[in-house]
Structure formats: C-alpha cells, structure tokens
Design a protein around this ligand. Structure first.
Ligand code: PLP
Length: 404
C-alpha cells in the first residue's frame, strides 16, 4: 500500500523522464536491496555500475562519518585533503599527470571536449570532435553532440558544431574522416548503453596510428568501465595504449556523486586558472569515499573482480550453450556482461525481477549485468539460476505465441 501511494505521488510531483523499476526501496546491504514490502532482491546492476563496494560498506560509512564531522562542502576556493589525496592515488595508479574533478560522467565528458578544443586551439586546429554510433557520454550538450541516439536528441538541437559521429569499429570510416583539423576522437572501449560492445583491436590500432599522424587527442570514456570493472583499472589497458584524456565517474565515488577527468602531461597546462571550474566538483565527502574505493581495489578487490568475473563469464557461457537459439551471445569483460537474446530484452529483465534479481535491459536485446565488485560465487549462481528459469519462461511464452 505504502509503495502504491509513493508511486502515485512520484507520478504527481516528478517529471516523468524515467521508466522506473517498480520497486520502492526501503533498505540495502551488500549486494541486496529490500523493498518497503520486505521483499529482498539480488542487485546485479549496482545503481547502474556505481556501487563497486555494494551497499552500506563499513569503510564507506566510516569515511562518511569521519569526513562529515570535519566538513561537507567548502568550495574549490580552499585546499581540501580528501581531494588532494584521491588525486594523488589516481595519478599514481594510472600514470596520468593531473586530475580535474566534476560531479558526474557527463560533466567529465564536457570538460574533456572543452580541454581537447583548447589544446587544439593552442595548436592551430579548428576544433573538430568525433564520436561513434552506439556511444553514450551523458545528457549535456557536449555529450549529446558526440552521440547518435535519436531518443536523447530529437527536438533538442542544435548541437555543438564541428562534431561528427562515425560508425563504431569502422577503421576505414575513421581514416576517411580525420585530418589535421581533428581535435579529438572520443570513445568507450566497451560501450555500456550501446549493448556491451567492445572496440576491436584493429580499430584501436588504426586510431592510435592516426593520432600519431594528425596530432589529435584520444578521449577514453571510462565512466562505466573504469575503476576496475573490467578486471583492469581501465578498459583501454588491455590494448596496451594510453589515451590523452580519461573521463571517470560512477564507481569512483563509492556511491556519492563524483566525476574526474585524468589528463596527460601534454595537456596539463592547456587551461589557465579560471578557465574551468565547478562549485561541487571534487566534493570532500565524495573524495573521502573515493579514497576508500581506491584502497579496497589495491587491497585485493581488483583480484577478486578478476576471479569472480571469470566465474560469471564461465557460468553465462554454460547458459548460452543450453539455449543457443535464445541466447545469441555473451558480451563484455570483467563485471560488465551483456546477455544478447533473440527478442526485445525487457520481458526477460521483468522475468528476472519477478525472480528477485535486478538487471537492466539495454540496446533493445541485451541484458546488462554490472554487479557490485563484492559479489560471491553464490550470488553468481543465484543470478544464473534465475536467468535459466526466466529464459525458459520466455522460450515457453514466445513459442506458445508462435503456435497461436
Ligand atoms: N559515459 C558513460 C560510458 C556512461 O555509461 C554514462 C552514464 O551511464 C555517462 C558517461 C554519463 O554519466 P552521468 O550519468 O554521471 O552524467
């Protein structure tokens, strides 16, 4: 009853821009969400790839308690130790020269586009920026201008000039498009919203060769893939390359809103004081929890991601082998998996929810699995068991509708 009333109130007072999961959350712990009716779900979505340490992690709660007694917000007019320590940890871990903080993935992306253009301006370029089909970088104009999803753009133009969107993984199209005016090429190394699609080695090879020839900046959007989700700290690492700018958010805040852009040495002086900023960017509380995430990764959590994700992918592979006509492909790396099915994936997502497992449906026929890093083999077994039952239900439903 309470949940019905709250859902009705939500419709009354909140603009309807989200299609929500019909669950009103009461409490959370670890990898579990409990609703106001006392029903508990296994969370294989982690707040859309955010809650790396799961819910109510004792070290996150402690960091919040300690920092909140010192200060919550000061503004970037002050020196703040959590910000500085987290930047030290990020630069040491990644080899990047400098950090620019924000509050979200979209803001980090916009900052990257601005910085790339400034760098281009300083090098006599006219500011052309290239993105790719299926990419997702957020909902700001900088992000939307480098993406192609019609629903997110229709009626909201005009977008940034001098931007182009090329077919993902098409090295020939990239070769045709870039020249000495190209200022930046930006991409996700594994597209999240685009359906857990990995960039190909051939494409990355062409990208880096063209970068060296034309001197543009490569921007890696690691907002979803970053902070260890793929089993590497960043998804690009597996290609043995180093982008010029990396955007981060989601996992780095440990559940609090935090974004960051990592900048290579060559770009680290492109902005003068005052040319970029944010009131909240690098908020002290979010940086304090970010430090906990970094420490946990270094103290065994990244190793756990590698071993538990091998177990997850082996289990999903077995599932695919059982239902080869329904499960077309298993995509992704680490704790970022996509189950590609032979129908629109929303009914399967709903069948999983009915079995108390939370996932999301993306790119029309993909179930996205991006669980907290702390999941166990028992959690994976529970998820795959529910998937098996849900798939059997969908096969029964679709074959009976064909029979009719
Ligand atoms: N980039 C990627 C790859 C994302 O997955 C997202 C969000 O899902 C964003 C950028 C935008 O992040 P935010 O919603 O924090 O603005």
């Amino acid at each position: 009853m309470l949940s019905d009333q709250l859902i009705a109130l939500e419709h009354d007072v909140i603009m309807q821009t989200y299609k929500r999961i019909p669950v009103v959350v009461e409490s959370t712990s670890g990898c579990r969400i409990t609703d106001v009716n006392g029903v508990t779900y296994l969370d294989m979505l982690s707040g859309i790839a955010v809650n790396a340490l799961g819910y109510s992690h004792p070290r996150i709660l402690e960091a919040i308690a300690v920092q909140s007694h010192k200060y919550l917000h000061l503004s970037n007019l002050f020196y703040q130790e959590p910000q500085i320590r987290l930047a030290q940890s990020l630069t040491r871990r990644t080899g990047y020269s400098k950090v620019v903080y924000s509050n979200s993935g979209a803001e980090s992306w916009d900052a990257a586009v601005k910085l790339a253009r400034m760098h281009g301006h300083l090098h006599g370029k006219n500011g052309d920026i290239i993105g790719f089909t299926g990419g997702f970088h957020g909902r700001t104009y900088g992000a939307l201008s480098t993406m192609d999803k019609p629903l997110y753009k229709e009626g909201m133009g005009p977008f940034l000039p001098s931007t182009a969107i090329l077919p993902f993984n098409d090295a020939a199209a990239l070769r045709d498009a870039v020249n000495e005016h190209t200022c930046a090429v930006g991409l996700e190394f594994i597209q999240g919203e685009g359906g857990i699609r990995s960039v190909s080695r051939e494409f990355v090879g062409a990208l880096m060769e063209l970068r060296d020839r034309f001197g543009f900046v490569v921007i890696a959007d690691e907002v979803q893939t970053g902070v260890g989700r793929t089993g590497d700290f960043f998804a690009y690492e597996t290609f043995g390359i180093t982008p010029d700018i990396v955007t981060m958010a989601k996992g780095i805040g440990g559940g609090l809103p935090l974004g960051a852009m990592l900048v290579s040495d060559a770009l680290s002086t492109a902005w003068k004081q005052g040319q970029h900023g944010s009131t909240y960017g690098g908020n002290a509380l979010a940086c304090a929890t970010g430090l906990v995430v970094m420490e946990e990764l270094e103290h065994g959590l990244l190793d756990h991601v590698r071993s538990i994700s091998a177990y997850l992918h082996a289990s999903l592979g077995t599932l695919r082998a059982s239902y080869p006509d329904y499960v077309l492909e298993i995509r992704g790396r680490g704790l970022m998996a996509g189950v590609v099915v032979n129908e629109e994936s929303t009914p399967l997502r709903d069948a999983l929810l009915a079995r108390r497992v939370i996932t999301s449906a993306t790119a029309s026929n993909v179930i996205r699995i991006v669980p907290p890093f702390i999941i166990t083999e028992a959690d994976v077994d529970e998820c795959v068991h529910a998937l098996r039952n849900a798939i059997e239900e969908r096969i029964a439903v679709t074959s009976s509708s064909i029979a009719v």
